[in-house]
Design a protein around this ligand. Structure first.
Ligand code: NAD
Length: 326
């Protein structure tokens, strides 16, 4: 641990789980190579840098690079004390081939999770989440098969808490309310960013129910960066255009768009944790710095300008309903 850095990190309760999580969590989906190629060396050093600096939460999934993300994490963590971090992985979403992408059956939950543990080199995870449940053929399979199978893993001591993830928050809330299995956390993504802050409308529900709200993708999966979103990104043309204009404006003004975007997300109240995808030591450094530093006067002006001129007009036009599973 870098004691000085750890002192600067803030921690909060993740719902009623008892987990005290760093407000910035490490998203390991970029290890899939889905944004840009990531070397094993960069993956390992970025995780270690994050943990040394007080980030204590890591999110992954078998879907991220068909096991690659979990495998790289296993290598990064092998000599790190298990109690010094929380690990969250997922079940239900797997391989790039369309016909093998989703499998919410109990059998796959059990076998897929064993593979996850093996790749991670762990005997348990802190959180096991049903991944992108809006893609299930129907909610009943999640309620009657997936979640009960996940519960057996908790009963066996292989996971501590149960979560659900996806893009349409109403569908997540609906499953939460109907489930007989206790759900501890709800994760959604790209919904508390410069271009879409609809997650704020769900914060009261989470607080009232003691659900741990996990907010992912403050850069809206690469949309709010200077290199722009990947091809598979589901944002509408209008939102892509607004982000491209904002990025150009920031470059012209000599201001870092990701820093403004991260500051926007992290300055919202009642969000226990924001997961950000990181794949190099320099990204970890920049994001930790953004967490500690306020925006300069100039950055504040630029933020207001891009919100008013580019993002506010397209607020309602982020993508709706479902991410397109490509
Ligand atoms: P993100 O918005 O965090 O953006 C990640 C991209 O931004 C990557 O290309 C990363 O290399 C880059 N980046 C990071 N810091 C940067 C900086 N300072 N400057 C410029 N670029 C920077 O999107 P994400 O990674 O998709 O989301 C965060 C995490 O949340 C994921 O890694 C994953 O763990 C989780 N997540 C889960 C779900 C789900 O369960 N359905 C969905 C989305 C995200």
């Amino acid at each position: 641990h870098d004691d000085e850095a750890v002192r600067k990190m803030k921690y909060s309760n993740l719902g009623n789980t008892g987990m005290q999580v760093s407000v910035l969590g490490f998203g390991a989906s970029p290890f899939s190579g889905g944004y840009h190629p990531v070397s094993e060396e960069d993956a390992i050093s970025s995780v270690r840098k994050a943990l040394t600096n007080g980030i204590n939460y890591i999110d992954t999934a078998p879907w991220y690079g068909d096991g690659k993300s979990e495998e790289m994490l296993g290598k990064a963590l092998k000599d790190i004390p298990r109690e010094s971090y929380y690990m969250a992985t997922k079940v239900g979403r797997y391989k790039p081939e369309v016909d093998k992408m989703f499998d919410f059956s109990a059998a796959k939950v059990l076998s897929g999770f064993e593979e996850s543990l093996q790749k991670l080199g762990l005997s348990y995870v802190d959180l096991i989440q049903v991944h992108d449940l809006e893609f299930a053929p129907n909610p009943e399979i999640i309620l009657n098969e997936t979640l009960p199978a996940v519960q057996t893993l908790v009963d066996a001591g292989k996971a501590k808490y149960i979560g659900i993830t996806g893009y349409p928050v109403d569908e997540l809330k609906n499953i939460y309310e109907r489930s007989t299995v206790k759900i501890d956390t709800i994760l959604s993504y790209s919904r508390l960013t410069l271009s879409d802050s609809s997650l704020l409308g769900h914060v009261d529900f989470m607080k009232k129910n003691g659900v741990g709200l996990i907010n992912a993708s403050p850069l809206s999966m690469g949309l709010l960066t200077h290199y722009g979103p990947p091809k598979w990104h589901p944002a509408s043309e209008e939102v892509r255009e607004a982000a491209a204009k904002a990025s150009l404006y920031c470059q012209k003004e000599g201001v870092d768009l990701p820093k403004i975007a991260l500051n926007f997300t992290l300055s919202q109240k009642d969000i226990p944790i924001t997961l950000m995808g990181m794949s190099s030591v320099s990204e970890v450094d920049r994001n930790l710095a953004a967490l500690e530093q306020d925006l300069t006067e100039k950055e504040r002006e630029v933020k207001e300008f891009i919100l008013t001129n580019y993002f506010d007009p397209v607020k309602e036009k982020s993508w709706e309903g479902r991410e397109v599973a490509k």
